[in-house]
Design a protein around this ligand. Structure first.
Ligand code: 13P
Length: 243
Protein backbone atom coordinates (compact mmCIF):
# COMPACT_ATOMS: atom_id res chain seq x y z
CA UNK A 1 0.00 0.00 0.00
CA UNK A 2 2.99 2.31 0.37
CA UNK A 3 4.84 2.85 -2.89
CA UNK A 4 8.56 2.45 -2.21
CA UNK A 5 10.85 5.46 -2.55
CA UNK A 6 14.55 5.28 -3.32
CA UNK A 7 16.21 8.65 -2.80
CA UNK A 8 19.80 9.56 -3.63
CA UNK A 9 21.53 12.14 -1.46
CA UNK A 10 24.52 13.34 -3.43
CA UNK A 11 25.75 15.47 -0.50
CA UNK A 12 28.61 17.81 -1.57
CA UNK A 13 29.47 15.74 -4.63
CA UNK A 14 28.94 16.27 -8.31
CA UNK A 15 29.79 18.77 -11.02
CA UNK A 16 27.85 19.76 -14.12
CA UNK A 17 29.43 16.78 -15.90
CA UNK A 18 27.71 14.47 -13.40
CA UNK A 19 24.56 14.96 -15.46
CA UNK A 20 25.93 12.03 -17.46
CA UNK A 21 25.22 9.73 -14.48
CA UNK A 22 21.70 11.16 -14.21
CA UNK A 23 21.22 10.59 -17.93
CA UNK A 24 22.21 6.92 -17.51
CA UNK A 25 19.66 6.57 -14.70
CA UNK A 26 16.93 8.20 -16.79
CA UNK A 27 17.63 6.01 -19.80
CA UNK A 28 17.63 2.83 -17.74
CA UNK A 29 14.43 3.65 -15.84
CA UNK A 30 12.41 5.02 -18.72
CA UNK A 31 8.85 3.89 -18.29
CA UNK A 32 9.53 0.99 -15.96
CA UNK A 33 9.53 2.48 -12.50
CA UNK A 34 8.05 0.24 -9.86
CA UNK A 35 8.90 2.76 -7.17
CA UNK A 36 9.43 6.49 -6.78
CA UNK A 37 12.97 7.64 -7.51
CA UNK A 38 14.40 10.91 -6.20
CA UNK A 39 17.84 12.42 -6.80
CA UNK A 40 19.04 15.27 -4.55
CA UNK A 41 22.14 16.99 -5.98
CA UNK A 42 23.81 20.15 -4.61
CA UNK A 43 21.80 23.37 -5.12
CA UNK A 44 23.51 24.65 -8.30
CA UNK A 45 22.72 21.43 -10.16
CA UNK A 46 19.02 21.26 -9.25
CA UNK A 47 17.63 23.37 -12.11
CA UNK A 48 19.77 21.58 -14.67
CA UNK A 49 18.78 18.15 -13.31
CA UNK A 50 15.08 19.11 -13.33
CA UNK A 51 15.45 20.11 -16.96
CA UNK A 52 17.36 16.93 -17.84
CA UNK A 53 14.86 14.64 -16.10
CA UNK A 54 11.67 16.22 -17.48
CA UNK A 55 9.10 13.55 -18.38
CA UNK A 56 11.29 10.82 -16.85
CA UNK A 57 10.45 8.76 -13.80
CA UNK A 58 13.00 10.64 -11.70
CA UNK A 59 12.13 13.50 -9.35
CA UNK A 60 14.72 16.04 -8.24
CA UNK A 61 15.07 17.34 -4.69
CA UNK A 62 17.29 19.48 -2.49
CA UNK A 63 19.36 18.63 0.58
CA UNK A 64 18.26 21.54 2.76
CA UNK A 65 16.28 24.78 2.71
CA UNK A 66 15.64 27.83 4.88
CA UNK A 67 12.37 28.24 6.77
CA UNK A 68 11.69 31.73 5.41
CA UNK A 69 10.12 32.48 2.05
CA UNK A 70 12.78 35.05 1.20
CA UNK A 71 14.82 37.77 2.88
CA UNK A 72 18.20 38.62 4.36
CA UNK A 73 19.66 35.13 4.85
CA UNK A 74 22.99 35.09 3.06
CA UNK A 75 23.88 31.73 1.59
CA UNK A 76 20.49 30.16 2.24
CA UNK A 77 17.91 28.94 -0.26
CA UNK A 78 14.16 29.25 0.18
CA UNK A 79 11.63 26.45 -0.32
CA UNK A 80 9.77 28.76 -2.72
CA UNK A 81 12.81 28.99 -5.00
CA UNK A 82 13.37 25.23 -4.90
CA UNK A 83 9.76 24.64 -5.89
CA UNK A 84 9.94 27.31 -8.59
CA UNK A 85 12.91 25.65 -10.30
CA UNK A 86 11.12 22.31 -10.22
CA UNK A 87 12.38 20.50 -7.13
CA UNK A 88 9.69 18.31 -5.60
CA UNK A 89 11.28 17.31 -2.29
CA UNK A 90 13.85 18.43 0.27
CA UNK A 91 15.95 16.45 2.74
CA UNK A 92 15.78 18.06 6.19
CA UNK A 93 17.60 17.44 9.45
CA UNK A 94 20.27 15.19 7.97
CA UNK A 95 22.78 14.27 10.67
CA UNK A 96 25.49 16.11 8.71
CA UNK A 97 23.38 19.31 8.88
CA UNK A 98 22.74 18.68 12.56
CA UNK A 99 26.49 18.14 13.21
CA UNK A 100 28.08 20.64 10.82
CA UNK A 101 25.56 23.46 11.29
CA UNK A 102 24.15 22.82 14.75
CA UNK A 103 20.64 22.27 13.44
CA UNK A 104 18.21 21.21 16.14
CA UNK A 105 14.76 19.69 16.09
CA UNK A 106 12.85 22.97 16.30
CA UNK A 107 14.68 24.35 13.28
CA UNK A 108 14.07 21.14 11.34
CA UNK A 109 10.37 21.39 12.16
CA UNK A 110 10.24 25.02 11.00
CA UNK A 111 11.93 24.05 7.74
CA UNK A 112 9.51 21.17 7.27
CA UNK A 113 6.49 23.45 7.73
CA UNK A 114 7.99 25.90 5.24
CA UNK A 115 8.72 23.13 2.74
CA UNK A 116 5.14 21.90 2.98
CA UNK A 117 3.83 25.43 2.45
CA UNK A 118 5.89 25.51 -0.78
CA UNK A 119 4.43 22.12 -1.81
CA UNK A 120 7.74 20.31 -1.35
CA UNK A 121 7.88 16.83 0.16
CA UNK A 122 10.02 16.98 3.32
CA UNK A 123 12.28 13.97 3.90
CA UNK A 124 12.97 14.30 7.61
CA UNK A 125 16.05 12.51 8.92
CA UNK A 126 16.56 11.09 12.38
CA UNK A 127 19.13 8.72 13.83
CA UNK A 128 21.25 7.94 16.84
CA UNK A 129 25.01 8.17 17.27
CA UNK A 130 27.07 5.14 18.15
CA UNK A 131 27.42 6.30 21.76
CA UNK A 132 23.66 6.67 22.05
CA UNK A 133 23.13 3.15 20.69
CA UNK A 134 25.80 1.70 22.97
CA UNK A 135 24.18 3.27 26.00
CA UNK A 136 20.78 1.84 25.11
CA UNK A 137 19.36 5.23 24.12
CA UNK A 138 18.91 4.65 20.38
CA UNK A 139 15.12 4.47 20.40
CA UNK A 140 14.57 7.25 22.91
CA UNK A 141 16.92 9.50 20.90
CA UNK A 142 15.09 8.86 17.64
CA UNK A 143 11.65 9.28 19.21
CA UNK A 144 12.70 12.57 20.80
CA UNK A 145 14.03 13.80 17.44
CA UNK A 146 10.72 12.86 15.80
CA UNK A 147 8.76 14.56 18.55
CA UNK A 148 10.63 17.82 17.99
CA UNK A 149 11.13 17.68 14.22
CA UNK A 150 7.83 16.51 12.74
CA UNK A 151 5.51 19.13 11.22
CA UNK A 152 1.74 19.20 11.69
CA UNK A 153 1.05 17.55 8.34
CA UNK A 154 1.58 13.86 7.56
CA UNK A 155 2.55 14.65 3.94
CA UNK A 156 6.14 13.72 4.73
CA UNK A 157 8.76 11.00 4.45
CA UNK A 158 10.87 9.95 7.45
CA UNK A 159 14.38 8.61 6.98
CA UNK A 160 16.03 6.61 9.77
CA UNK A 161 19.78 7.02 9.41
CA UNK A 162 21.93 5.75 12.28
CA UNK A 163 24.83 8.21 12.30
CA UNK A 164 27.38 5.43 12.80
CA UNK A 165 26.18 3.62 9.68
CA UNK A 166 26.57 6.59 7.33
CA UNK A 167 29.50 6.19 4.96
CA UNK A 168 31.08 3.53 7.16
CA UNK A 169 30.03 0.29 5.46
CA UNK A 170 28.46 -0.73 8.77
CA UNK A 171 24.75 -1.54 8.86
CA UNK A 172 22.59 -2.39 11.90
CA UNK A 173 21.34 -5.94 12.29
CA UNK A 174 18.06 -6.51 10.45
CA UNK A 175 16.21 -6.93 13.73
CA UNK A 176 17.53 -3.57 14.94
CA UNK A 177 16.33 -1.86 11.77
CA UNK A 178 12.97 -3.63 12.14
CA UNK A 179 12.63 -2.57 15.77
CA UNK A 180 13.45 1.05 15.03
CA UNK A 181 11.13 1.27 12.03
CA UNK A 182 8.36 -0.31 14.09
CA UNK A 183 8.92 2.29 16.80
CA UNK A 184 8.89 5.09 14.23
CA UNK A 185 5.69 3.73 12.68
CA UNK A 186 4.02 3.68 16.09
CA UNK A 187 5.18 7.24 16.70
CA UNK A 188 3.82 8.63 13.43
CA UNK A 189 0.53 6.75 13.80
CA UNK A 190 0.28 8.06 17.36
CA UNK A 191 0.80 11.54 16.04
CA UNK A 192 -1.17 11.57 12.78
CA UNK A 193 -3.61 8.69 13.20
CA UNK A 194 -4.36 6.64 10.07
CA UNK A 195 -2.38 9.08 7.92
CA UNK A 196 0.70 7.83 9.74
CA UNK A 197 0.25 4.43 8.08
CA UNK A 198 0.79 6.08 4.70
CA UNK A 199 4.08 7.77 5.61
CA UNK A 200 7.04 6.14 3.93
CA UNK A 201 9.88 5.25 6.29
CA UNK A 202 13.26 5.03 4.57
CA UNK A 203 16.39 3.38 5.91
CA UNK A 204 19.70 5.14 5.21
CA UNK A 205 23.29 4.27 6.05
CA UNK A 206 25.65 2.18 3.88
CA UNK A 207 22.89 0.84 1.62
CA UNK A 208 24.63 -0.83 -1.34
CA UNK A 209 23.53 -3.03 -4.25
CA UNK A 210 24.60 -6.06 -2.21
CA UNK A 211 22.44 -5.40 0.87
CA UNK A 212 19.52 -3.35 -0.48
CA UNK A 213 17.16 -6.24 -1.16
CA UNK A 214 17.54 -7.65 2.32
CA UNK A 215 17.06 -4.26 3.96
CA UNK A 216 14.05 -3.32 1.84
CA UNK A 217 12.37 -6.61 2.75
CA UNK A 218 12.19 -5.59 6.41
CA UNK A 219 8.71 -4.65 7.58
CA UNK A 220 8.06 -0.90 7.64
CA UNK A 221 11.11 -0.20 5.48
CA UNK A 222 9.58 1.57 2.48
CA UNK A 223 12.77 2.29 0.59
CA UNK A 224 16.10 3.94 1.21
CA UNK A 225 18.03 7.17 1.44
CA UNK A 226 21.27 6.44 -0.36
CA UNK A 227 24.50 8.42 -0.08
CA UNK A 228 27.68 7.14 -1.70
CA UNK A 229 25.99 4.47 -3.81
CA UNK A 230 23.66 7.07 -5.40
CA UNK A 231 26.53 8.78 -7.21
CA UNK A 232 27.10 5.99 -9.70
CA UNK A 233 24.20 5.15 -11.98
CA UNK A 234 24.95 1.42 -12.00
CA UNK A 235 24.91 1.15 -8.21
CA UNK A 236 21.89 3.37 -7.78
CA UNK A 237 19.94 1.50 -10.45
CA UNK A 238 20.73 -1.81 -8.78
CA UNK A 239 19.34 -0.41 -5.52
CA UNK A 240 16.22 0.91 -7.31
CA UNK A 241 15.75 -2.56 -8.79
CA UNK A 242 15.90 -4.04 -5.28
CA UNK A 243 13.09 -1.83 -3.99
P1 13P B 1 25.82 6.42 2.74
O1 13P B 1 24.84 5.67 1.87
O2 13P B 1 27.00 6.95 1.98
O3 13P B 1 26.17 5.66 3.97
O4 13P B 1 25.05 7.74 3.25
C1 13P B 1 23.80 7.64 3.79
C2 13P B 1 23.23 9.00 3.93
O5 13P B 1 23.67 9.79 4.74
C3 13P B 1 22.13 9.38 3.03
O6 13P B 1 21.54 10.58 3.43
Amino acid sequence: MRRPLVAGNWKMNGLPGSAAELRKMIDALEGGEHCDVLVCPPFPLIAQFVWDSADSGIEIGAQDCHFAENGAHTGDVSPALLAAVGASAVILGHSERRADHGEGDALVKAKAEAALAAKLLPVICVGETEAQRDSGAAESTVLAQLDGSLPNSAAIVVAYEPVWAIGTGRVPENHDIAAMHHAIRQAVVGRYGDAGQKIRLLYGGSVKPGNAKEIFAIEDVDGGLIGGASLKADDFLAIVAAA
